[in-house]
Design a protein around this ligand. Sequence first.
Ligand SMILES: Cc1cc2nc3c(=O)[nH]c(=O)nc-3n(C[C@H](O)[C@H](O)[C@H](O)COP(=O)(O)OP(=O)(O)OC[C@H]3O[C@@H](n4cnc5c(N)ncnc54)[C@H](O)[C@@H]3O)c2cc1C
Length: 358
Amino acid sequence: MAKDLFVIAEQRDGHIQKVSLELLGEATKLAKELGESVVGVILGDNIKDKAQELIEHGAEKVIVIEDPMLKEYVTEPYAKALTAMIKEYDPNIVLFGATSIGRDIAPRVAARVHTGLTADCTRLDVDMNEYFDYLHVASNADTKAIEAKLGMDDKTLKMTRPAFGGNVMATIRCADYRPQMATVRPGVMKKLDVIEGATGVVEEFKVEFTPEDMNVTIREVVKATHKAVDITEAKVLVSGGRGIGSPEFFGTLQEVADLIEGAEISSSRANVDAGWIARDRQVGQTGKTVRPELYIANGISGAIQHLAGMENSECIIAINKNDTAAIFEVSDLGIVGDVKVIIPKLIDALKAYHEAND
Ligand SMILES: Cc1cc2nc3c(=O)[nH]c(=O)nc-3n(C[C@H](O)[C@H](O)[C@H](O)COP(=O)(O)OP(=O)(O)OC[C@H]3O[C@@H](n4cnc5c(N)ncnc54)[C@H](O)[C@@H]3O)c2cc1C
């Protein structure tokens, strides 16, 4: 019988990506509800020493698939290895990060093991009570009808994702086939605190490759010289909404970000649509989901689609001149006032702080 939750850990140049650690955190929660175990899977060449990092983030067992063929990510050998691994271990659930690699490999593997895949999930549930708690707050779904169909003991994976351009949230189940597979957006789930010195089982899984499995020739690996900014990785986000009034004010917000370690600027969709800032900085339902230690919302009203992308930030400070703005409902600290007055004062205060302390 299909059993256990498998997290396919993504590594780039030997660095495990944050989304994989987040998935281990979520898998740990779901595993408790299911009474099953969390298994990390890592592929690469000479990668076995990374297994411990997965164990310290919640994996009880790690399956290592090593081969020179897996040194760089190439779809075909990775798909072959994962397909063979799934057929051998028969997992109940398999989770991937919804990164460019996860989005490439997951559907291919799902097709080969003949199961479904829900892409780009923002929420996963097993327990029906928890799922209903979410539905009661976030929707007007008829939970009585769902209960009549599934029963409260249902333990299938309820995979929720934005659909129709973010206008509705859809929950998808894979009732008849195993494994239940999903890709999950980076930044949505919470990783566990590191369990230093945690112990777990490390197992090697061998895949027999033939030269034909490598259907592309890697002639050169060129790293992008301009590093794209990933706002999901920032510790602090200084975010601008329509209330900042002009694209130039992003320069002022950048000054704030430059004065705070690990800070980046981000935006509501209004300014992205206006062409004031690049789309990869957009926070929200149709942008990125972020969970920084500090989110400073400047002139952002707090529309539901924006909140969906940032309300799980650890601390939220909002500056808005309208004291009834919805953003204040999710804020830890609300400042009623004009960003153009407050932000220059914040810059002066941060500079004074650095002069006194650096
Ligand atoms: C399907 C769909 C998907 C969407 N996806 C997203 C998404 O991913 N992300 C997203 O952000 N939005 C998204 N939206 C849009 C969303 O509904 C809002 O329109 C948008 O978030 C509003 O952006 P805003 O808060 O910057 O602007 P506004 O709603 O115009 O708010 C501006 C705020 O600034 C305040 N303000 C004005 N001047 C000042 C000043 N000088 N100082 C201080 N405060 C000031 C105002 O009081 C107001 O509260 C989506 C909408 C739809 C329909």
